[in-house]
Design a binder for this molecule. Structure first.
Ligand code: FAD
Length: 210
């Protein structure tokens, strides 16, 4: 099932295209990780759908997309939180085991600094968005803040975890390299970090810099 955006006289609208009724082709795109979620290029030829496949009202497409974005951005933020939490756990375990200069590396201050990061702050930002959505309060700015912050924090935390593992970190034997490849994807979908920054700055200044 595909949700497709069409442009008509009343603006953008969403329609459902059921693959069984109107065949379309989905060609998988190989990406560096996040294989649990397929990313595909869709090819549609001469698809006609009945009016009942319209989602909501005609012309509601943009408004509906904006509503979905609040949830989607908090969702990918939460995904980033879980990736960085997993990476941090690996880093902590390794730092308590690996010894250099006569002590475990967790006892070196520069390693301790890498471990003292902001997973909880990222998690709280996502929780704030879900709370506002549940309360029916518009929160596109907060969703953009959560998305931009958590996804970029995940990249940094995962990179630090690889660094903390030294040479082992870039081998396939240690999970941290996979987690970094997953983290690096997430600042892109549902609006890149740059686009989130533009949304936040427009909300704060009232001036669009797109
Ligand atoms: C895993 C994954 C899943 C995806 N899922 C979907 C999906 O389900 N549905 C869907 O429709 N799309 C999906 N996408 C596509 C995704 O939404 C786009 O890749 C993303 O919006 C960026 O668009 P682009 O690739 O065309 O990059 P571009 O728009 O070409 O951007 C390239 C670079 O320029 C920057 N940039 C662009 N405009 C500006 C500006 N005005 N100011 C400053 N910087 C700017 C961007 O931030 C980026 O760094 C997915 C992508 C990925 C990676």
């Amino acid at each position: 099932m595909l949700i497709y955006t069409v442009r008509g006289e009343k603006g953008l609208s969403h329609i459902l295209i059921d693959r069984k009724e109107h065949g379309y082709e989905a060609r998988n795109i190989d990406k560096i990780e996040l294989s649990s979620q397929s990313t595909a290029q869709i090819f549609i030829t001469d698809a006609r759908v009945p009016e009942t496949n319209l989602i909501g009202e005609e012309g509601d497409g943009l408004r509906n997309t904006m509503k979905v974005f609040e949830v989607a951005r908090a969702h990918v933020g939460t995904l980033s939180v879980e990736i960085m939490r997993a990476s941090l756990e690996e880093a902590i375990a390794y730092a308590k085991e690996r010894k250099q200069f006569g002590k475990v590396i967790a006892a070196h201050q520069l390693i301790a600094a890498k471990i003292a990061n902001m997973v909880d702050a990222a998690s709280l930002m996502c929780q704030r968005v879900f709370g506002l959505i549940d309360a029916g309060v518009r929160c596109d700015m907060q969703a953009s803040m959560a998305k931009a912050f958590t996804t970029e924090a995940a990249v940094q935390v995962c990179r630090d975890a690889v660094q903390l593992h030294g040479g082992n970190g870039i081998t396939k034997k240690f999970n941290v390299e996979r987690l970094l490849r997953e983290a690096i994807i997430i600042p892109i979908p549902d609006g890149t970090t740059e686009i989130q920054q533009l949304i936040i700055s427009r909300a704060l200044t009232g001036v669009a810099a797109f």
